[in-house]
Design a protein around this ligand. Structure first.
Ligand code: HEC
Ligand code: HEC
Length: 265
């Protein structure tokens, strides 16, 4: 009974919140109702404040991944203006900020569930690939970015056997697993989160040096941080309220991913 009551109470508070938000929106004459690709939750302006207080130091005021501290982090911070970000769901972004990326990859999210999929960390291949093969594979993959791919039948074979189910036949990050049941003709949101890398995106591949990629492929995304000590996105759930995190999700989505920052009148 208590639970039913408190649920009803929460609903009422929510409804009131929506009403107040709507009233606020009308007053400030914000344009248009949110588009479907935008998060339903989250206050843009609150999100902007949080972003400019915390996130900008690594991810940059322009969302280009080059804030004042960007060089202190390996791999470099995520580039929010990159097309890769369109494949990330709002729930994933929320979870990464609240629980930290490692906990999300290990599904330690205190009961929070991603709607679209289970998180999938980049796997390890140290048991099936020699170190020399990993190095050659990195050079071969970097060829997608530069357009100058070494003619290396062995790497092509390894890539097709081990990598394309996630990274796609031509390294676009659109393999069977991330595309899943989605219409291939529409822009897709990856069914595995985080979305597998699209090697054609220069701004993404520049976030990594060869040493990081070597260890990533050898031991996988979780152990590259836990055993080899590379960085990952930390948790902010202890400093930020859910409301502030949803705000920042909305701000990042609109201002950087969609490239449409709002202007205050
Ligand atoms: C100390 C630097 C730092 C700060 C501050 C920081 N981040 Fe990050 N963030 C990173 C790094 C590094 C990555 C890349 C992690 C990776 O590639 O595994 C990242 C990745 C992300 C991602 C993408 C996750 C993925 O799988 O690529 C999101 C979303 C994100 N950060 C949001 C935020 C938000 C929102 C804030 C502010 C509340 C913030 N970050 C503050 C360093 C930071
Ligand atoms: C089960 C799916 C899956 C398979 C199979 C897979 N990857 Fe990945 N890969 C990912 C995901 C997911 C990411 C994004 C990692 C992140 O953001 O934490 C990634 C990222 C990468 C990156 C970019 C670095 C980064 O942190 O984003 C490289 C390089 C890479 N993978 C290489 C490979 C190679 C080489 C193979 C085959 C030997 C392979 N991957 C197989 C899922 C996969």
């Amino acid at each position: 009974m208590m639970q039913v009551l408190s649920f009803a109470f929460q609903r009422a508070v929510l409804a009131l919140g929506v009403f107040l938000l709507a009233a606020g929106a009308a007053q400030a004459a914000y344009k248009a109702p949110p588009k479907p690709e935008m998060p339903e939750k989250g206050d843009y302006w609150l999100g902007e404040e949080v972003y400019k207080e915390i996130c900008f130091s690594c991810h940059g005021l322009k969302g280009d991944g080059k804030g004042p501290n960007w060089k202190a982090s390996y791999p470099r911070p995520q580039v929010f203006t990159s097309p890769l970000m369109k494949r990330m769901t709002d729930e994933y972004v929320f979870a990464v900020v609240k629980y930290g990326k490692m906990n999300v990859l290990k599904e330690k999210m205190n009961g929070f569930k991603l709607k679209l999929s289970r998180p999938t960390a980049m796997p390890s291949f140290g048991e099936v690939l020699e170190d020399a093969q990993i190095r050659k594979l990195i050079a071969w993959e970097r060829g997608f970015t530069t357009g100058k791919q070494p003619n290396d039948p062995e790497m092509k074979e390894i890539f097709e056997a081990a990598c394309i189910q996630c990274h796609g036949k031509t390294g676009l990050g659109n393999g069977e697993r991330p595309v899943g049941s989605q219409d291939p003709n529409k822009p897709f949101v990856s069914e595995i989160q985080p979305p597998p890398m699209n090697y054609h995106l220069k701004e993404q591949m520049e976030r990594f040096d060869d040493k990081f990629l070597f260890w990533l492929i050898k031991v996988g995304r979780i152990d590259v941080s836990e055993q080899v000590n590379y960085n990952y996105m930390q948790a902010y759930g202890h400093v930020l309220k859910d409301e502030e995190i949803w705000g920042v999700v909305r701000y990042v989505r609109e201002a950087f991913i969609n490239g449409k920052p709002r202007t205050k009148k």
